[in-house]
Design a protein around this ligand. Structure first.
Ligand code: DAH
Length: 332
């Protein structure tokens, strides 16, 4: 038998053998017989040496066909076994309970804010906003804080460097001025937003927090309107049954008051909690906004949203609201 016939014979053998290979073991057996250094294919390649020169190109070509067939047939089967073994070994236990995807939600402070806004909207208040970088004029002066007046120390202020008379607003009350200068009474607005104070952080103080201010300006607005409105809010927001007004001081209201709400803690203890500052808009403030205090009067109020969130949830440390520990946040 000449070498060309031997090549043909081996090619046929390899074709029929590879066809019946059904496992990785059988494939390895195939490789050991045909594709290793001492295998059948190499054995024929080695015989090239004895082939007469003029036949070498033809025999060489046939040997190449044989070799590449054997190698690619082997590679193809190998691929087949590795991918099919992947699907058979990864078993999914469909009887296991599924993993519940965790759903995002609004931050507790935003929930409190939205709830407050909703209640005031139902009472006919519109929502207004103003800038967080504010001028001394709107934040203090127009609100009847005279320059160098000690009342300015009630609110430690962050000033904007190199911008005289510019600061981060310390309360949302300056938006009252902006509204009263822009609109004609009757004005009934709330002003939610972020405020900043140069405070040392502790369990009840943050340097950045949220407030909601409100005003109602018209002819003949009285302290009784203030009481009625704030009681209605406390009832809707907290289910309060009793509120009390304590005299207080703010430069922009006269008289001024703080509102406490009676509440029963989860442990049954009865206490009063302060929920809000308020008062009748000071005549100087009305004048600063071009309103005649002999014609118009109004009430104003303002409160901290984080504080309200803490009080209603009995959260002991205000900082916990912003540590973003999901175990805390998901309790709201
Ligand atoms: N701006 C005050 C503060 O930050 C809160 C406040 C009190 C606002 C009385 C008012 C008000 O509008 O009438 O402490």
């Amino acid at each position: 038998m000449n070498l060309l016939e031997e090549i043909q014979q081996l090619l046929q053998r390899i074709k029929s053998e590879i066809e019946v290979v059904q496992s990785a073991d059988a494939l390895e057996q195939f490789r050991l017989v045909h594709l290793v250094k001492k295998g059948t294919v190499q054995e024929l390649v080695d015989k090239m040496r004895e082939v007469p020169k003029e036949q070498k190109p033809l025999v060489g070509k046939e040997l190449n066909v044989l070799k590449s067939f054997a190698e690619s047939a082997f590679a193809e089967k190998k691929e087949q076994f590795s991918s099919s073994s992947g699907t058979t070994t990864t078993t999914i236990d469909i009887t296991l309970p599924g993993k519940k995807p965790s759903k995002g939600s609004l931050h507790p402070v935003m929930k409190t804010m939205d709830h407050c806004i909703e209640i005031f909207k139902e009472m006919g208040f519109t929502v207004a906003q103003g800038p967080e970088v504010e001028s001394d004029y709107f934040n203090f002066e127009a609100l009847n804080f005279p320059a160098d007046h000690p009342a300015r120390d009630m609110q430690d202020t962050f000033f904007i460097k190199d911008k005289m008379g510019t600061l981060l607003r310390t309360h949302t009350t300056p938006v009252q001025i902006r509204i009263m200068q822009e609109q004609k009474p009757p004005i009934r607005s709330i002003m939610p937003g972020r405020v900043y104070r140069n405070e040392a952080l502790d369990a009840t103080h943050l340097a950045e927090f949220h407030q909601i201010d409100g005003i109602y300006i018209d002819k003949g607005v009285t302290f009784a309107d203030l009481k009625g409105t704030m009681f209605a809010f406390a009832q809707r927001m907290f289910g309060a049954t009793e509120v009390r007004f304590r005299t207080s001081f703010f430069p922009f209201t006269e008289p001024s008051a703080e509102i406490d709400m009676k509440r029963i803690k989860k442990n049954g203890e009865v206490s009063w909690m302060e929920i809000c500052g308020c008062g009748m808009v000071h005549p100087n403030v009305l004048r600063n906004c071009g309103l005649d205090p002999e014609v118009y009067s109004g009430f104003a109020f303002g409160f901290g949203v984080e504080r309200i969130t803490m009080l209603t949830s009995e959260l002991p440390d205000i900082r916990a609201l912003y540590e973003n520990d999901v175990r805390v946040l998901e309790q709201f």
